[in-house]
Design a protein around this ligand. Structure first.
Ligand code: FES
Ligand SMILES: [Fe+2]
Length: 362
């Protein structure tokens, strides 16, 4: 099913980065089995994260997980719904059920739940009006950048999602790469995305060169949303097969805009005023599992093959995945003296500090 069936929430199109909720919402408490320490989970539960691509959601319920909470995502006539994947009657996952009209039906005893979570019918006792204890837990939902975003502990349903105004700018082509599942901490993934010293080593087949490993000093500054780093170098961003397109002596400018906890943008200036902007979202399935969502835009080569874009990004993500899944400890260390740093790590040192500043301990 196409995501055209569910309109993007217009508030973000204005670049405000804020959206109105489109469905009912509940607040969740830390699950019994949880990989996040107490305190960190409660902070992250107030943040919005994507849990699916809208185009992957139809009326067949899809099971997923966010911050160790099992969720079910499904489409009804007017919206995409995110609910706790748990029937309040006997704890069967609602993702094993199905959707009829605007109701999801639990497969065990056929209880039917509306999009507000209310149980509308108990087939074994059709004359009983189900009470509040039979209410399914629904979470607020916003579709933005082709992704279904939700929040486990939203106080008012207000969606605080980083703005990406180029996504709906007609001079840019919006592209949503297939999501990537990684057995790695989301903080480790984000730190890898903003790390410029690994290009020469991990991505030497994709776009960089081992002979060009020096990282010139670059600037990092704190902003109202987090951190911005500007990295100027001669490390090409062209795939190796297209390197001949690079003008002699071209200098590459990369700007990283980091929105803690788990979003980072990379804007790359290409020759002839070309711009590539990548939004890297590390959705925290748990403290040790990440689903990577990557909406990106470009204002050049817009008739080129999407398959080529997907393949190039998949190659880079696979190269990164191999590393972040192997790092130890699995959690991103946030202590000032944890691990050793050199000057090129200034972005990641600032990122760790920002996470600490949010009150996270891992
Ligand atoms: S467990 Fe869902 S209807 Fe009984
Ligand atoms: Fe990388």
């Amino acid at each position: 099913m196409s995501d055209a069936a569910v309109a993007e929430t217009p508030a973000c199109e204005a670049g405000a980065g804020q959206s109105e909720p489109v469905s009912a919402h509940a607040r969740m408490t830390r699950p019994r089995i949880c990989t996040y320490p107490e305190g960190s989970w409660e902070i992250l539960a107030k943040k919005w994260f994507p849990v699916a691509r809208a185009e992957d959601i139809g009326t067949k319920p899809v099971a997923t997980k966010l911050l160790d909470v099992k969720l079910v995502v499904y489409r009804t006539s007017e919206t995409i719904n995110v609910a706790r994947d748990l029937c309040p009657h006997r704890g069967v996952p609602l993702s094993k059920g199905w959707v009829e009209g605007d109701e999801i039906i639990c497969p065990y005893h056929g209880l039917r739940y509306g999009t507000d979570g209310r149980c509308n019918r108990i087939p074994a006792q059709p004359n009983v009006v189900p009470g509040d204890r039979f209410r399914a837990t629904m979470f607020p939902t916003v579709v933005q950048y082709g992704l279904v975003w939700t929040c486990l502990d939203s106080e008012d349903g207000h969606a605080d999602i980083p703005a990406f105004p180029q996504w709906t700018d007609e001079s840019f082509q919006p592209i949503l790469c297939p999501p990537v599942s990684m057995a790695a901490a989301p903080g480790r993934q984000i730190e890898g995305f903003i790390d410029v010293a690994h290009f020469a080593w991990i991505h030497h087949e994709a776009f960089a060169d081992r002979e060009n490993s020096v990282v010139p000093l670059y600037k990092t500054r704190m902003t109202d949303y987090g951190i911005q780093s500007e990295y100027i170098s001669n490390v090409s961003n062209f795939p190796k097969a297209l390197r001949h397109l690079e003008p002699e002596g071209f200098i590459w400018r990369r700007v990283f805009d980091i929105h803690p906890p788990f979003v980072a943008f990379l804007t790359v200036d290409f020759p002839d005023d070309g711009i590539l902007k990548i939004m890297n979202i590390a959705s925290p399935v748990s403290a040790r599992e990440t689903t990577l969502y990557v909406p990106l835009v470009r204002n050049f080569d817009q008739t080129g093959s999407l398959e080529d874009v997907y393949a190039f990004n998949a190659q880079i993500f696979a190269e990164d995945q191999d590393i972040v899944e192997a790092q130890s400890p699995e959690d991103l260390p946030l202590g000032t003296d944890d691990e050793a740093h050199f000057a090129a790590d200034r972005s990641s040192v600032a990122y760790r500090k920002a996470l600490r500043g949010m009150g996270l301990s891992s």
